[in-house]
Design a protein around this ligand. Structure first.
Ligand code: ZN
Ligand code: ZN
Length: 148
C-alpha cells in the first residue's frame, strides 16, 4: 500500500512538474511575443528600458534584458551600441542564429538620442593579418525633429 501511494505521489509530482513547465513555456512565449510586438511597432531601435516602458504585459527588467539577449543570439533582433555605450535593439529583417547580417549603418540623434537603422550598406574592409568580424557604423547628428 505504501509503495502504491508513493508511486501515485511520484506520478502526481511528475504531472505537476510537467504542467509547471508547460505553464512556464506558455508564459515565456507570451513574454517574448510581447517584446517582439513592441519592437515591431516602433520605427526606432529601443533600449531595454524603453521596451519595458512600452510593454502591455507586466515584466521585470531582468526578464526583458534576458529576452533581448536571447533574440540577439537567435537572430531575431540585433543590438546596436549607441552613444555613451548604451545598447539598443531593432528587429532583424533576414537574420538567423548563424548568419547575423545587419550590414547597415545606424543613425543616432545627439539631442533626443533616438537611434534608427539606416538603409546604407556597410562594407567590411579586408585587412592584412587580422580577421575583421564586425564593422559598426554609427552616424550621429540631429534628427528631423531636433534640427527644426
Ligand atoms: Zn532628435
Ligand atoms: Zn539596424
Amino acid at each position: 500500500m505504501q509503495f502504491c501511494c508513493n508511486s501515485v505521489r511520484a506520478q502526481l509530482d511528475r504531472y505537476t512538474v510537467r504542467s509547471y513547465k508547460l505553464n512556464m513555456e506558455r508564459r515565456n512565449t507570451k513574454q517574448k511575443q510581447g517584446v517582439i510586438d513592441v519592437l515591431k511597432h516602433n520605427e526606432i531601435a529601443l533600449s531595454a528600458d524603453e521596451v519595458l516602458e512600452k510593454l502591455d504585459l507586466k515584466m521585470n527588467r531582468v526578464t526583458v534584458y534576458r529576452i533581448l539577449e536571447r533574440f540577439e543570439q537567435e537572430g531575431i533582433a540585433h543590438r546596436v551600441v549607441g552613444l555613451e555605450g548604451k545598447n539598443y535593439y531593432a528587429l532583424c529583417s533576414d537574420c538567423d542564429a548563424e548568419h547575423h547580417h545587419d550590414r547597415h549603418a545606424h543613425f543616432q540623434c545627439r539631442e533626443c538620442k533616438s537611434l534608427r537603422c539606416v538603409d546604407v550598406e556597410v562594407i567590411r574592409p579586408k585587412l592584412d593579418n587580422v580577421k575583421v568580424e564586425e564593422c559598426r557604423v554609427l552616424l550621429t547628428g540631429l534628427c528631423e525633429a531636433c534640427s527644426n
